[in-house]
Design a protein around this ligand. Structure first.
Ligand SMILES: *[C@@H]1O[C@H](CO)[C@@H](O)[C@H](O)[C@H]1NC(C)=O
Ligand SMILES: *[C@@H]1O[C@H](CO)[C@@H](O)[C@H](O)[C@H]1NC(C)=O
Ligand SMILES: *[C@@H]1O[C@H](CO)[C@@H](O)[C@H](O)[C@H]1NC(C)=O
Ligand SMILES: *[C@@H]1O[C@H](CO)[C@@H](O)[C@H](O)[C@H]1NC(C)=O
Length: 698
């Protein structure tokens, strides 16, 4: 009786969502949650979604390995164990709160530490759940970490051009380092937030993103719990001043102009900007302040997906913000810019620094491949991968994937465009991989080849190109180098194509747990492309998942552990904790690059035997056909006199396991069917299915 009575009171007092009738409203957490919690779902809807997840997740390529993941040498619980079906069964479908149900699914996805798994509200479907999209949480500051690993809180006067109140303690202590947050090391709050809400495997990558998401974000993308949002945050500065502060929430009106404009801008500028919300919030301010005496900004601004510049410092800078292209025009633009960069690097002999700032991926075939080829021309970028056998996988393969997958032994495309209805033996005679007692049934490994036309263009480019030695190229990653980006950095690491350096990340985290990138796998962004009668579309959601796992380069094609579960660590680390496309920051990177290249004249990373010091003398000593050499790094961290095979002539693949150069079957195909299959229709190859981006709701 008492319970009923309480329920009745809560109901009658609760704020209905339609009481928000301003353009926007800044609200307390409790009040906002009265609206959020009134967004309803039904048991039937919940059950349909769980049933749908179970069905489509049969195509999820990491479903098996997650049950018993192999661990890296440095930890026995780096990869968390998740039994997806078991966890789905545990979800409470009796709840009528959409936010509750949604959060449970989000938490399950976070536990897989695979952000390619994306279950989100799809606002464009205009179902009742889309109400959630208009809630934005924030704290009135940004977190800045300086090069001495001190934290500062920078006042944020506005959110999406909406003025917000900033407590005067924040304003007054802008230039004072933070001593503690909640009585602890101030970085702990970022670490814990990262662990709890960022679906990423490496703690440094979690930290890189959590630093942004801790202070602002959309509840539709990061459904923080009411309890979390209600927990006061107490800050103490080094001068003894302190402040206790709470999260606030902005509720936007659907028709709010500012909100719609921000939405349009972020749509135009690509998904990356949605991960870096401050980009569009503070565009005006930063731009005008930083643009003064910044001569190269027009050619190399954060608006560009990629750009390059060369300063008086005698270092070439190549920035890759994203691989995300929306259409063929954008892809052509990307490629054209890439070739412009090659030309500019060719006009001098300076070293090259490549920066991947919070790069969230995009198109692998051919953009990530081209970028890797430009950084390190002899790398094999014909990725090797497999798909998990399931009914839904078959649908996906029939629609598009199989026409860009090749038989590695013959270089024949797996399925031609005209007969995709029955899949060949590569799919119908699967391999079984075992992770302890867990079976993983996958298609025979196939390669995702650099399209022949691109190969041709690249070769043409190289006939005049002056590629740098790997010890003259420094590649910077903040560990959140996601998807397509990690295909590049992990490739470079495996081939020894560059010195890989970490920036950003957790200032006090371990350097030898700093991964060069995460999730070198391929996903579909929405199941609705392959099956329009899915429950997600019906109820206003969008669901995407990982389809292809990729393997290390083993030309016997018998690897069993996907690269998603194999770590590749950085060679060096620098104390730069935020990237900004400004002259000041680029100069900081340049100074670090010069130091590192100087160091690598004599020293090296003893844990990295693949990065060698290329040298003509060693090259002459190598008497392996088509092979070239370099000196290996000694265990003492200095270059040894051991001359090893390091790369092979163009048209040959470097078989590291067997220490030889083998013919690339795609250059000299064994059959005469080259005109048929060897040169597939470009438009097919350009189908943008290897998109690996975190799909956000907006
Ligand atoms: C806010 O939304 C209501 C309907 O929910 C609408 O009538 C009103 O015009 C909107 N106000 C603004 C400022 O957009
Ligand atoms: C941006 O700055 C320009 C010039 O300083 C100003 O005219 C414009 O109103 C500003 N825009 C916004 C959205 O603040
Ligand atoms: C792959 O095959 C080769 C040759 O058959 C064999 O020597 C090697 O042990 C196999 N590797 C794995 C990881 O199974
Ligand atoms: C390539 O495929 C597209 C669409 O399937 C077609 O329009 C075009 O004619 C093809 N080009 C060649 C050279 O076959």
């Amino acid at each position: 009786m008492l319970n009923l009575f309480l329920l009745f009171i809560t109901f009658s007092l609760s704020k209905q969502c339609n009481e928000y009738n301003q353009g926007y409203e800044i609200d307390t957490v409790d009040s906002a949650f009265e609206c959020i919690e009134s967004i309803e779902t039904t048991e039937e809807e919940n059950n349909d979604i769980i049933t749908g997840l179970k069905y489509y997740l049969e195509a999820y390529v990491f479903k098996d390995i997650l049950k018993n993941p192999p661990q890296p040498s440095f930890s026995n619980n780096y990869y968390e164990k998740v039994d997806i079906d078991e966890q789905l069964n545990k979800i409470n479908t009796k709840t009528t709160s959409m936010y509750d149900f949604y959060s449970q699914i989000k938490n399950l996805i976070i536990s897989t530490r695979d952000s390619h798994l994306a279950f989100n509200v799809d606002k464009d479907l205009n179902k009742p759940n889309s109400e959630l999209v208009y809630f934005y949480y924030f704290l009135p500051f940004k977190i800045y970490i300086d090069n001495n690993k001190k934290m500062y809180l920078i006042p944020r006067n506005e959110v999406l051009d909406i003025p917000i109140d900033v407590p005067e303690e924040i304003v007054n202590n802008e230039k004072v380092a933070v001593k503690t947050i909640n009585g602890e090391d101030p970085f702990n709050i970022i670490r814990e937030f990262g662990k709890k809400y960022m679906g990423l495997k490496c703690p440094h990558a979690q930290f890189t993103l959590a630093k942004d998401y801790l202070v602002k974000g959309y509840l539709g993308f990061t459904p923080l719990s009411k309890e979390y949002l209600n927990t006061p945050i107490s800050i103490t500065w080094e001068n003894g001043e302190s402040l206790t502060i709470n999260y606030k929430i902005i509720k936007f009106n659907r028709s709010n102009q500012k909100f719609q404009q921000a939405l349009e801008r972020s749509k135009r500028r690509g998904i990356r900007d949605r991960l870096k919300i401050e980009d569009f919030e503070e565009t005006n301010k930063t731009r005008t302040k930083e643009n003064e005496n910044n001569e190269y900004q027009p050619n190399c601004s954060p608006e560009n997906k990629i750009c390059c510049l060369t300063t008086s410092n005698k270092v070439n800078t190549f920035i890759v913000n994203t691989f995300d292209v929306k259409n063929e025009n954008e892809q052509t633009e990307f490629t054209a810019k890439l070739f412009e960069c090659v030309n500019s690097f060719d006009s001098n002999n300076y070293p090259i620094q490549v920066i991947f700032p919070k790069n969230n991926g995009g198109l692998v075939v051919p953009l990530a491949q081209l970028v890797e080829k430009i950084i390190s021309p002899y790398d094999d970028v014909d990725f090797i991968g497999s798909v998990r056998i399931s009914d839904f996988t078959e649908d996906i393969m029939k629609v598009d994937y199989s026409t860009i997958m090749y038989n590695p032994e013959t270089c024949e495309v797996r399925e031609k465009e005209n007969n995709p209805k029955i899949l060949g033996e590569w799919y119908t005679k699967p391999n079984i991989i075992k992770y302890g007692g867990v079976e993983h049934k996958v298609s025979q490994p196939s390669t995702l080849n650099l399209p022949p036309l691109m190969k041709f263009i690249i070769n043409d480019l190289y006939s005049s190109y002056n590629p740098r030695k790997p010890t003259e190229v420094v590649v910077y990653t903040d560990s959140f180098c996601y998807s397509a980006c990690s295909w590049v950095t992990k490739g470079l690491k495996e081939w020894g194509g560059a010195i890989i350096v970490g920036f950003d990340g957790d200032p006090n985290g371990k350097d030898d747990e700093f991964e060069v990138g995460l999730s070198p796998s391929s996903n579909i962004q929405t199941v609705s492309k392959y099956d329009d009668k899915n429950p997600f579309t019906q109820y206003g959601y969008k669901f995407g998942l990982t389809v292809i796992e990729t393997y290390r380069y083993n030309y016997e094609y018998n690897e069993s552990i996907p690269r998603e579960f194999l770590t590749d660590m950085i060679d060096e680390r620098v104390n730069i904790y935020q990237f900004d496309q400004t002259e000041k920051v680029i100069k900081e990177f340049e100074e670090e690059t010069k130091k590192i290249i100087e160091k690598y004249q004599t020293k090296c990373n003893p844990k990295n035997k693949r990065l060698v010091k290329r040298d003509e003398k060693c090259d002459k000593e190598i008497n392996i056909e088509h092979g070239h050499g370099g000196y290996e790094c000694g265990d003492n961290g200095e270059w040894s006199t051991k001359c090893v095979l390091a790369y092979c002539d163009d048209g040959y693949k470097f078989d590291y396991i067997n220490n030889k150069c083998i013919e690339d079957v795609c250059v000299n195909p064994p059959t005469e069917s080259e005109s048929d299959n060897g040169t597939p229709n470009m438009t097919v190859n350009l189908v943008m299915i290897i998109i690996g981006i975190i799909t956000l709701i907006l």
